[in-house]
Design a protein around this ligand. Structure first.
Ligand SMILES: Cc1cc2nc3c(=O)[nH]c(=O)nc-3n(C[C@H](O)[C@H](O)[C@H](O)COP(=O)(O)OP(=O)(O)OC[C@H]3O[C@@H](n4cnc5c(N)ncnc54)[C@H](O)[C@@H]3O)c2cc1C
Length: 457
């Protein structure tokens, strides 16, 4: 590619204590916890609203926040606060009410009890309210471009928006971009996808459908209950029967009812070989996702029980990227850690989400359940990138291999990482130290005071 040199002196737009890049679940958790602890906090996002995949991506339901025995809610803190407030507005159903094999849990038998059905608009509204109440400065329509480095520190973050390009200075930066854009620009090493087998989980453009006859749908699915396996949800039988007309590289139809009766999110399009860090790849994924979404809808309307009078409501505002960069941090969490249910001493969140691996070579995927304990812990070290002193990373791109990443990427988990990162950043600022030197005992005690469950009694 031809190279052009471009030199500009940029204005400093603002100077804050903590700058959170990306307002998805991780960024929301990070900014709320940082601002509540008293730090001058700014959160920016490329979109005109917050929520990331939980709003723009139409992703849902909240994957389970319970332990493997389905007994206790183990992801609490800010995630629980958001759910409570959404419940009051009628925009979420309490995960404790939801069992497996229901329309809310996509009729899956395994790993989908206590998911949390929610409306994306309500998530947007509640999380925005909570950010503003906490005192966060929100900056929307703002794209992260680059970092200004001084040795091993980020001294400024370069952004672009309608006002032009500028620099935001911050004492600590928290990268919640999902793709670890900041970390990558700052020189943090990373792996893209699964470097062992070359798989990057396929992308999916969600779409929503209304006016579905749930009773008819349920009756049909009950009649085929034996055909639903852990990762083959509903309608694998229909896809087999009509294989001449089914061109999507996926052998089931993921469909999840939300709090509003008859409205379903469809998680079925499958765009292979999408690199979420490459704009050409993202563009073709959007185009292919749109094409597939209408193809899936037409198929459902023609053949699926309960869809005869269904209407197409919308596609997601952006294609869903399940996996891209996994940064290399102070600890590299592995699938083995997840399966062994390890809870390290510096755990900042526990969870029991299963490994959910969509694979380009398999129309289903692998769904590896956790069986050796009630939950696993994610160490603080996974949020600490190698080589940059005033940076924390939260969200699906933390330091974990592709297998562990497939379990920890869920919305409640990312909110929990954000909450831990925001709290750690504020503690570090108060002591004039870098996040890597933060006292883990103090961090954990602070989190527990915020109703974060860290295992044990
Ligand atoms: C297809 C699919 C299905 C899923 N299903 C479920 C499910 O059923 N349940 C569940 O709990 N989880 C599910 N997930 C996982 C979950 O949605 C994501 O992993 C989670 O949202 C990641 O949170 P995050 O905050 O790390 O990143 P994101 O949600 O991706 O948020 C990142 C934010 O950063 C912003 N951003 C990125 N780059 C820049 C930049 N350069 N400049 C400015 N802003 C930027 C984005 O606009 C976005 O708002 C699914 C994900 C996908 C893709």
């Amino acid at each position: 590619m031809e190279q052009v040199q471009y030199c500009r002196t940029l204005p400093v737009f603002d100077e804050v204590d903590i700058l959170v890049v990306g307002a998805g679940p991780a960024g929301i958790g990070a900014a709320i916890s940082a601002a509540r602890s008293g730090a001058k906090t700014m959160l920016f996002d490329q979109n005109g609203y917050v929520g990331g995949q939980a709003t723009a991506g139409r992703v849902g339901p909240f994957m389970t926040c319970y332990d493997t025995k389905n007994e206790n809610m183990i992801i609490r803190g800010i995630f629980k606060e958001i759910v409570e407030r959404m419940k009051v507005l009628g925009g979420a159903i309490d995960p404790k009410e939801i069992q497996a094999e229901e329309s809310y849990s996509g009729f899956y038998k395994i790993g989908h009890a206590h998911v949390g059905p929610f409306e994306h608009e309500c998530f947007k509204q509640v999380s925005t309210d909570m950010l503003l109440e906490a005192g966060v400065t929100l900056l929307l329509h703002t794209f992260f471009v680059d970092v200004v480095m001084e040795e091993k520190r980020i001294s400024g973050v370069v952004v672009a928006n309608k006002s032009g390009m500028s620099v935001i200075r911050a004492k600590i930066v928290i990268d919640c971009s999902g793709d670890a854009d900041v970390a990558a620009k700052a020189g943090v090493p990373f792996e893209l996808g699964n470097t062992r087998d070359g798989n990057i989980q396929p992308a999916t453009l969600f779409f929503r459908v209304g006016n579905v006859n749930t009773e008819e749908l349920k009756a049909h699915i009950r009649a085929h209950a034996d055909e639903i396996r852990p990762f083959y949800g509903p309608f694998s039988w229909l896809i087999r029967e009509k294989q001449e007309e089914w061109k999507i590289p996926r052998g089931e139809i993921g469909l999840f009812e939300g709090p509003e009766a008859g409205i379903y999110r469809i998680n079925t399009t499958r765009i292979l070989n999408t690199n979420g860090t490459d704009v050409k790849s993202l563009t073709s994924a959007e185009l292919e996702g749109l094409r597939q979404a209408h193809e899936v809808f037409d198929f459902l309307k023609k053949y699926a029980a309960g869809f005869e009078h269904a209407v197409f409501l919308d596609t997601a505002d952006m294609v869903g990227i399940r996996e891209s960069r996994h940064i290399k941090g102070k600890y590299w969490m592995t699938g083995e850690d997840v399966l062994a249910c390890r809870v390290p001493e510096d755990t900042i969140a526990v969870m029991a989400t299963n490994m959910d691996i969509h694979n380009k070579d398999n129309p289903g995927g692998s769904f590896i359940t956790i069986q050796n304990g009630s939950y696993f812990g994610v160490p603080y070290r996974c949020l600490l990138p190698q080589g940059v002193e005033n940076l924390l990373v939260a969200g699906r791109c933390i330091s974990a291999d592709a297998l562990a990443g497939s379990a920890i990427r869920m919305i409640p988990c990312c909110l929990a990482f954000g909450q831990a990162a925001g709290t750690a950043a504020t503690l570090s600022l108060k002591k004039h130290i870098d996040p890597v030197d933060a006292c883990v005992g103090e961090l954990r005690a602070c989190l527990e005071k915020q109703d974060v469950y860290l295992g044990g009694e």
